[in-house]
Write a protein that binds this ligand. Structure first.
Ligand code: M6R
Length: 633
């Protein structure tokens, strides 16, 4: 939700250009409107408007701003429509104090009323605007810039990651954080950056600090000091170095980050496979000794948890209850057992509903929190007893792809570690599972290298299917009739239901198509009534224990005129013969590989969604109404 970027330097550099590049790298966080302010010779210079960054830059020349200090913002609207007036930065009455903010000031209405009664004039409908006016108010009472920020922030309830600059203070930017992420990058003695996420300054420096909750930092060129907002005392912090490469956060020749990140999966998963054994062991041991286990997450991470809990439960012999994070407290308010173990998954580590769920579980039942995230130092890590970082590298596309497969792989590795500790499986079997797991990146690589054209064609065909006439059309004729208004299903059984649901989510998200992922068995209790001549149904059909029954489900849908598209393994015969179109995943048909099919089968559906978005002339990297990280309830 919103990306903020700030820079202060003593170097002779084009400040506007750097600020523009910074927010462009954060555009995945929101793209309703954007703005940049710079400080120069006692004045603030601002350019902002509604729309996407490139369009606004073309119109206003965002990169052309003077000075050595700049703050930039890309917005995902919460309070106030996405208009020029509501776009950040926001100012005080005298327009000397500028603020860019990510988060929500929950008591802004009350603060606004108080400030208005003191004569402050507000221009926007945003919650953010109370911050500069509060600072102005405290300055009027004789406090300096930094002291005024301390006092202003103490009045604010809710969440914020904010950066503030002052026309009269050419030597500093002040940044503050509560709940919403904020990182600070340093080029020693030269330039200091602040941003909502590391990729924003990754081309300039890897050395960074993570600002903690209720902390304030004063940025000067190449230097930073940290303070506790509540006590106003200095805090010592050590910098960290991120090992992400700059290329990882660039498109690198691909048209979109989503496609790049789909293709990065083999490499990302190889890195995930190198998660240290000790981390897996501490998770495994906590789960083995647990009486009650829940798994919680949102969106794609939730579907990863559906697949992963299946694998872990198999080896653990204990049912793991999945609950969407936003429902966690509601559903368990009267029955969360003391000392439960909660597995929390979050790519960003910043999803507020996931964080609230684990915070509540910790406070109310002293739960043990095991979290899996892709972002070192993210909020979720602070509320967890153990954390595993998935090592997928930065994911910029709003649609999660490589982080999904990395999450499922991580859960599978924990499952195998449990199997090893518990000696439930023979050592030969464990070896075979491990071998199959290690082959996952290569299977995906092989699939991606050989199937792009096939998937593109399928997607084009699906866009152009005309009901009823479909039976008469061969695959190559599918393109002849246009009717792209209809929807279709992804159906599966067992562990593959997670794949169906995640495939459906990708389609909704990037292609704006209502494609539902559903249980193949359950679909005949209602959804089957949608099927008529030519209705496309994609069956996810690895040859696991559910395969025989899935054959029956395929037959039921085929008998009603459904167009059957199946995802099968290379050697498949039965379901592929019943299908109009098959997509073959190059993996062996044994139980060891089948268990990890949620990882090897999903890239096909990610690609379908990607090409469906392109066919619909949508930008898969910037889906409508979405932002990558949801830090509001
Ligand atoms: O960062 P998180 O994994 O906690 O995010 C959870 C969801 O917001 C996220 O998975 C969302 O559904 C993605 N846009 C899916 O592609």
């Amino acid at each position: 939700m919103c990306g903020i970027f700030g820079i202060i330097t003593n170097q002779d550099i084009e400040i506007g250009k750097l600020a523009l590049e910074g927010i462009k790298r954060l555009e995945y966080r929101g793209y309703d409107s954007c703005g940049i302010v710079s400080q120069h010779e006692g004045k603030l210079h601002v350019k902002k408007d509604a729309g996407k960054i490139n369009a606004i830059n073309k119109k206003l020349g965002l990169d052309d701003l003077p000075g050595k200090i700049a703050l930039a913002h890309t917005r995902w609207a919460t309070h106030g429509a996405p208009t020029k007036i509501n776009s950040h930065p926001h100012f005080d009455c005298s327009e000397k104090i500028a603020v860019v903010h990510n988060g929500i000031i929950e008591n802004f209405l009350e603060l606004k009323e108080r400030l208005i009664s003191k004569g402050h004039v507000f221009k926007s409908d945003t919650d953010t605007e109370v911050i500069p006016h509060l600072i102005e108010e405290y300055e009027k009472r004789g406090l300096n810039f930094q002291e005024a920020v301390f006092e202003a922030l103490r009045q604010c309830e809710g969440g914020y990651g904010a950066a503030i600059c002052h026309a009269d203070c050419p030597d500093k930017i002040i940044v503050v954080r509560k709940e919403s992420p904020l990182v600070i990058g340093i080029e020693d003695g030269k330039t200091t950056y602040c941003a909502s996420d590391i990729p924003a300054f990754l081309p300039h420096t890897r050395k960074h600090y993570v600002l903690g909750d209720d902390e304030l930092a004063v940025l000067r060129p190449g230097e930073v000091d940290f303070y506790d907002i509540k006590t106003k005392t200095l805090i010592e912090k050590s910098p960290k170095t991120i090992d992400w490469s700059v290329d990882a956060a660039e498109k690198g020749g691909y048209d979109h980050f989503m496609l790049k990140e789909i293709f990065e999966q083999p490499q990302a998963l190889k890195r995930t496979l190198s998660i240290p054994l000790e981390s897996l062991r501490s998770f495994a041991e906590s789960l083995i000794t647990a009486k009650t286990i829940y798994i919680t997450a949102a969106g794609t991470s939730f579907y990863a948890s559906l697949a992963g809990k299946f694998i872990i439960s198999k080896f653990l012999g204990i049912h793991i209850q999945e609950i969407e994070c936003s429902e966690f407290q509601t559903q368990l308010s009267d029955c969360l057992e003391k000392n439960s173990v909660i597995i929390a998954l979050s790519q960003s580590g910043e999803t507020i509903d996931t964080i609230e769920a684990i915070r509540w579980a910790k406070e109310s039942a002293d739960a043990t929190i095991l979290s899996i995230t892709n972002v070192v130092g993210s909020s979720i890590t602070r509320y967890s007893d153990h954390t595993i970082i998935t090592r997928a590298g930065p994911e910029i596309g709003v649609a999660a792809t490589k982080t999904y497969t990395a999450q499922v792989l991580t859960l599978a590795m924990i499952g195998l570690e449990i199997a090893r500790i518990k000696n439930l499986e023979s050592s030969e079997d464990i070896k075979s599972y491990k071998k199959a797991l290690n082959e996952v990146p290569n299977i995906i690589e092989k699939f991606l290298n050989h199937n792009i054209e096939h998937i593109k064609k399928i997607m084009k065909g699906l866009e152009k299917i005309k009901f009823k006439k479909i039976k008469k059309l061969g695959n190559k004729d599918l393109g002849k009739k246009l009717n792209n208004k209809h929807n279709f299903f992804f159906l599966a059984r067992g562990i593959s239901i997670a794949t169906a649901k995640e495939g459906g989510l990708k389609m909704k998200e990037v292609a704006c198509r209502f494609i539902e992922g559903y249980s193949a068995a359950h679909a005949k209790h209602g959804p089957i009534s949608l099927v008529r001549g030519g209705f496309p149904i994609i069956f996810i059909a690895p040859p696991d224990d559910t395969y025989t029954r899935l054959i029956g489900n395929v037959a039921e849908f085929k008998a009603r005129g459904g167009k059957i598209i199946s995802l099968v393994v290379e050697s498949d015969e039965t379901i592929s013969e019943m299908s109009d179109i098959t997509i073959r995943i190059p993996q062996p048909a044994d139980r060891f590989h089948n268990l990890f099919s949620p990882i090897t089968f999903i890239p096909a559906l990610q690609l379908l969604a990607y090409y469906a978005a392109l066919d619909a002339h949508l930008d898969p990297d910037q889906p409508r109404n979405l932002a990558k990280t949801v830090t509001v309830h």
